[in-house]
Design a protein around this ligand. Structure first.
Ligand SMILES: [Mg+2]
Length: 250
């Protein structure tokens, strides 16, 4: 039915694909401000954590574009979450203390999703190389993978590796180069439809959208994606071994 070339390599996004960053953020946000926000209900924490993670003001994009420092984007995100939940803004000293506490606590909560290790075991068993291409800097993501127990992912490309961020094709192609595969024979899997799935497909890889939440896929699947630059959709990484196994006969 499809004419996808056989898969000889697999590249992954990191945050929300390999590592459950949202859960780590939520636990950390609560831990850092537990005393100050002792009056928060579970619903308050949900709303606050959701605003911080969703970043509706797109401060992380401003960081990627070089307009904000990493700590600055994080502080602006929490300030927005505070404002929206009726809290006074942190002054500069309180923001610095908050950021330091957050930075210290967050890595303690980095965990790989349950479907990651079984897939990597399967890829190892088949001799298919894999790696990660991420929109954060290399050393920060190296430490994150290690903290999440994913030391075995040795190929890692960060935004500072090639000086561009996804969806620039160059960052995907650097991952492919390090794997030693052809782009057309390499899967790229990520949770961001535009940046990961469409971006990698536009760079000539086999883009795969990891839709863990199970969005109503007919809306997205192929909706505004041209057939030529199309991507595949999976709901879990456990479906990826199947994608990599297809077309084994050519
Ligand atoms: Mg991601």
């Amino acid at each position: 039915m499809t004419n996808r070339p056989q898969v000889r390599g697999v590249l992954f996004d990191i945050d929300e694909t390999l590592v459950d960053l949202r859960a780590a953020m939520g636990t950390t946000l609560q831990g850092v401000s537990a005393r100050e926000l002792a009056h928060f209900t579970a619903a308050d924490w949900d709303a606050y954590s959701h605003l911080f993670a969703a970043d509706p003001q797109r401060h992380y994009d401003a960081y990627l574009a070089g307009h904000l420092g990493f700590a600055d984007q994080r502080v602006l995100r929490v300030q927005h979450a505070r404002e929206q939940t009726g809290l006074a803004p942190l002054d500069s000293d309180a923001a610095r203390v908050w950021n330091e506490a957050y930075e210290e606590m967050l890595p303690l909560h980095f965990r790989a999703f349950d479907d990651v290790v079984p897939l990597l075991n399967e890829l190892d068993a088949r001799g298919i190389p894999y790696g990660a291409v991420s929109n954060n800097v290399h050393d920060y993501q190296r430490a994150k993978l290690d903290a999440a127990g994913l030391q075995r992912i040795t190929v890692l490309v960060g935004t500072d590796t090639v000086g561009v961020a996804k969806p620039d094709p160059a960052i995907f192609l650097e991952g492919v180069r390090l794997l030693g595969t052809d782009p057309a024979q390499t899967l790229y899997i990520g949770d961001n439809l535009r940046v990961d799935a469409e971006g990698s497909a536009a760079a000539g890889l086999q883009g795969v959208w990891l839709d863990r939440a199970g969005s109503p896929s007919p809306v997205h699947q192929g909706g505004d994606a041209p057939a030529k630059g199309g991507y595949l959709t999976v709901r879990s990484l456990s479906e990826v071994a199947h994608l990599a196994a297809k077309q084994a006969a050519g």
